[in-house]
Design a protein around this ligand. Structure first.
Ligand code: ACO
Ligand code: OAA
Length: 361
C-alpha cells in the first residue's frame, strides 16, 4: 500500500500529462510553451472542454457565452451577508458557488466557469466596504476579472499576465483537487458538487493555498543577504518551504518559468518593482541550495506556486490568491468531472483495517 496513493494510477485521461522526470506538461496534445504563447483563458477552456459537453464550440463562441454567464451569476452577490463576508475570500466564494444549481449540462458548466470570476472580485470589494461592480459582456474573462476588482480597465500587460496564469494552471493531471472532482463525478452528483469538493481540496496550504505564504516568506526574509539564515531557521523549526517540492516533479516545475516569463513585461513597463523579483530569485537560489544539502536523497525544486505568488502580487491582494487559482483550475475540474462521468464507473478504493478486532464471545 502507498501512503498518499503515491504512484497509484487512478484514471485514464485525455486531458493532461505531467512528466515529473522531464519537467514537461502537455494539455490535450499541446505543450505548455505553445499554450502560453499568446494563449487566453477562453482558448484553453475551449480546448479542455472540447467534445466533453453536449454541444461543441470554439474560443470565440465560448467568450460570448461566458460573458453572458458572468452577468447571470452576478445576482447571487446579493446573498453575501455579514457572516459570509467574515469568511476568508475563498470560503466566501465557495459559499456563493454552493447556491448554483447542480447538473451535468453545458449551462451548468458555463455558470461554474463564470461564478468564481465574478464572486471573487465582488467578495474582495464588499470586504473592503466597496460596492461590487457588474460584469462587462464586451470584455474577456481575464480583463473583466481585473476590471470588476479595481473599477478600472486593466493594462494590456496585466490582462496578458492574468491570461498566462489562468492558462498555465488550467489543468495538471490527477492533483488532489482534480481527484476530488472525479470522485464526486463518479457518484453522478453533478458538476457543481464536483467543483465545490475540488475547491475545498485546493485551499489547503500544501496545494493551492501556498502562494500567500510564499509572499509572507519573502517579506520575512526581507533581503537577499538574509535568505540563507532565515530559510535554515525555518527548516530547523520543522517548517516546509512554501513554493518548493512536488509529488510528481523531480525537476523544476515547467510552469515556474512560464510565470516568470509572464512577469517580464510587467517589470519592463514599470508595473512590478524589479527589486521584488530580484529578492525572489535570491530566495529561490538559497532555498534550492539548502534543500539540496538537507535532503540529498530527495530532488526538491521550485514548484508553480513560487512565481505564482510574484505574478499574482502584481494583480491581486494576497488574500485572493487561492481564489484566483480556483478561477483558473475550475475548467480542469469540469473537464475531468465530465470525463469521469462519461466513463460511468464509481470510484471506490479499499482500505486495510488495522484497528482492534472484536473480543471473542
Ligand atoms: C499547486 C500545488 O499544489 S504545488 C504544491 C504547493 N505546495 C507547497 O509549495 C508546499 C510546500 N511543499 C510541500 O509541502 C511538499 O513538497 C508537497 C506537499 C507539495 C509534496 O509533498 P510530498 O509528495 O509528500 O513530498 P515528498 O515525498 O517529495 O517529500 C519528501 C521529503 O521532503 C520534504 N519536503 C518536501 N517539500 C518540502 C519543502 N517545501 N520544504 C521542506 N521540506 C520539504 C518532506 O518533509 C519529506 O521529508 P521527510 O522524508 O524527511 O519527511
Ligand atoms: O499536481 C499536483 O499535485 C499539484 C499541482 O502542481 C497542481 O495541482 O497544479
Amino acid at each position: 500500500m502507498k501512503n498518499g496513493l503515491e504512484d497509484v494510477i487512478a484514471a485514464e485521461t485525455q486531458l493532461s500529462d505531467v512528466d515529473g522526470e522531464a519537467g514537461r506538461l502537455i494539455i490535450r496534445g499541446v505543450s505548455l510553451d505553445q499554450l502560453v504563447a499568446g494563449g487566453t483563458y477562453e482558448g484553453v477552456a475551449a480546448l479542455l472542454l472540447d467534445g466533453l459537453m453536449e454541444r461543441s464550440f470554439d474560443e470565440a463562441e465560448l467568450r460570448g457565452w461566458l460573458a453572458k454567464a458572468r452577468t447571470k451569476v452576478f445576482v447571487h452577490i446579493e446573498a453575501a451577508d455579514a457572516a459570509l463576508l467574515a469568511l476568508p475570500p475563498v470560503d466566501a466564494m465557495r459559499a456563493l458557488i454552493a447556491r448554483l444549481p447542480d447538473g451535468e449540462d453545458f449551462d451548468t458548466a458555463l455558470g461554474l466557469l463564470a461564478a468564481p470570476a465574478v464572486f471573487l472580485p465582488a467578495v474582495l470589494r464588499l470586504q473592503r466596504g466597496q460596492k461590487p461592480i457588474a460584469p462587462d459582456t464586451a470584455l474577456s474573462q481575464a480583463a473583466d476579472i481585473l476590471r470588476m476588482l479595481t473599477g478600472k480597465l486593466p493594462s494590456k500587460e496585466q490582462v496578458a499576465a492574468l491570461d498566462t496564469y489562468l492558462v498555465t494552471i488550467s489543468d495538471h493531471g490527477l492533483n488532489a483537487s482534480t481527484f476530488a472532482s472525479r470522485v464526486i463525478a463518479s457518484t453522478q452528483a453533478g458538476l457543481t458538487s464536483s467543483v465545490l469538493a475540488a475547491l475545498s481540496a485546493l485551499k489547503g496550504p500544501l496545494h493551492g493555498g501556498a502562494p500567500g505564504p510564499v509572499l509572507d516568506m519573502l517579506d520575512a526574509v526581507g533581503t537577499a543577504e538574509n535568505a540563507g539564515r532565515w530559510l535554515a531557521e525555518a527548516l530547523e523549526r520543522g517548517e516546509r518551504l512554501m513554493g518548493f517540492g512536488h509529488r510528481i516533479y523531480r525537476v523544476r516545475d515547467p510552469r515556474a518559468d512560464a510565470l516568470k516569463g509572464a512577469l517580464k513585461p510587467l517589470i519592463t513597463s514599470g508595473q512590478v518593482d524589479s527589486a521584488r523579483s530580484a529578492l525572489a530569485e535570491a530566495v529561490e537560489a538559497a532555498a534550492l541550495a539548502i534543500l539540496k544539502a538537507r535532503k540529498p536523497d530527495r530532488q526538491l525544486d521550485v514548484n508553480v506556486e513560487f512565481y505564482t505568488a510574484l505574478l499574482l502580487e502584481a494583480l491581486f491582494p494576497r488574500e485572493a490568491f487561492t481564489g484566483v487559482f480556483a478561477i483558473g483550475r475550475t475548467v480542469g475540474w469540469l473537464a475531468h468531472a465530465r470525463e469521469q462521468a462519461l466513463d460511468g464507473r464509481l470510484i471506490r478504493p479499499r482500505s486495510v483495517y488495522v484497528g482492534p478486532l472484536p473480543a471473542a464471545a
